[in-house]
Design a protein around this ligand. Structure first.
Ligand code: IMP
Ligand code: MG
Length: 171
C-alpha cells in the first residue's frame, strides 16, 4: 500500500517555486544542472523547464554499498563535460544520512567549479548523520520510506506521479 504524501499538484507548484528562486539567485549567469541518476530524473527535467536561465544538463550515476555509516559510494557513470569554472547545481532526489551527498560534493568540488550548490527534492532530517548545507529543498519529510516521482523501492514505483509512503508489509 502506498499512501500519498505530496500530490502531483503540490509537487508541480513546489518545483515551479524552486525554479523562480533559482532564476532570481543566478540572474545574469548560466547554470549546469548535475542530476544524480536515477532517482532525480523526473525532478531534474521538471525543474529544468521551470528555469529560464541559459542552462546545460549533465548526469552522473552512483552505486552505494552497505547502509548508513558503512555506506560506500562509487561513481559508475561520470559527467560528460568539464564543470571547471561553471556554476553548478547538484540535483538530488533525497538527502537522508548525507553520506551520498558528501561524497558527491567532494568529487565535484575537486573539479573546481565557479560555484557548487545543492537542490534536493526531499530532505529527511531525522536520519542525518553528516550536516549538509542544502541551498534548495523541495519538501522536508518525516522518517518514512518514500517512493514515486523518481524514487524507488526495489526499482519499482519510480513512475508514480505523486510521492507516497510505502508500507512494505502491505505491498
Ligand atoms: P544518504 O546517503 O543516506 O543520504 O542516501 C541518499 C540516497 O538513498 C538517495 O539518493 C536515495 O537514492 C536513497 N534513498 C534514501 N531514502 C530513500 C527513500 O525514502 N526512498 C527511496 N530512496 C531513498
Ligand atoms: Mg539518489
Amino acid at each position: 500500500m502506498i499512501q500519498s504524501l505530496f500530490t502531483e499538484e503540490q509537487i508541480h507548484d513546489r518545483v515551479a517555486a524552486l525554479g523562480r528562486q533559482i532564476d532570481a539567485d543566478y540572474a545574469g549567469r548560466s547554470l549546469v544542472l548535475v542530476s544524480v541518476l536515477r532517482g532525480s530524473i523526473f525532478f531534474t527535467t521538471d525543474l529544468a523547464r521551470r528555469i529560464t536561465l541559459p542552462l546545460a544538463m549533465d548526469f552522473l550515476s552512483i552505486s552505494s554499498y552497505g547502509e548508513g555509516s558503512e555506506g560506500v559510494v562509487r561513481i559508475t557513470k561520470d559527467l560528460e563535460e568539464s564543470i571547471a569554472g561553471k556554476d553548478v547545481l547538484l540535483v538530488e532526489d533525497i538527502v537522508d544520512t548525507g553520506f551520498t551527498l558528501k561524497y558527491l560534493l567532494r568529487s565535484l568540488q575537486s573539479r573546481n567549479p565557479a560555484s557548487l550548490e545543492v537542490c534536493t527534492l526531499l530532505d529527511r532530517k531525522a536520519r542525518r548523520i553528516i550536516e549538509m548545507d542544502l541551498k534548495y529543498v523541495g519538501f522536508e519529510i518525516p522518517d518514512k520510506f518514500v517512493v514515486g516521482y523518481g524514487l524507488d523501492y526495489k526499482q519499482q514505483f519510480r513512475n508514480l506521479p505523486f510521492i507516497g509512503v510505502v508500507h512494505p508489509g502491505k505491498l
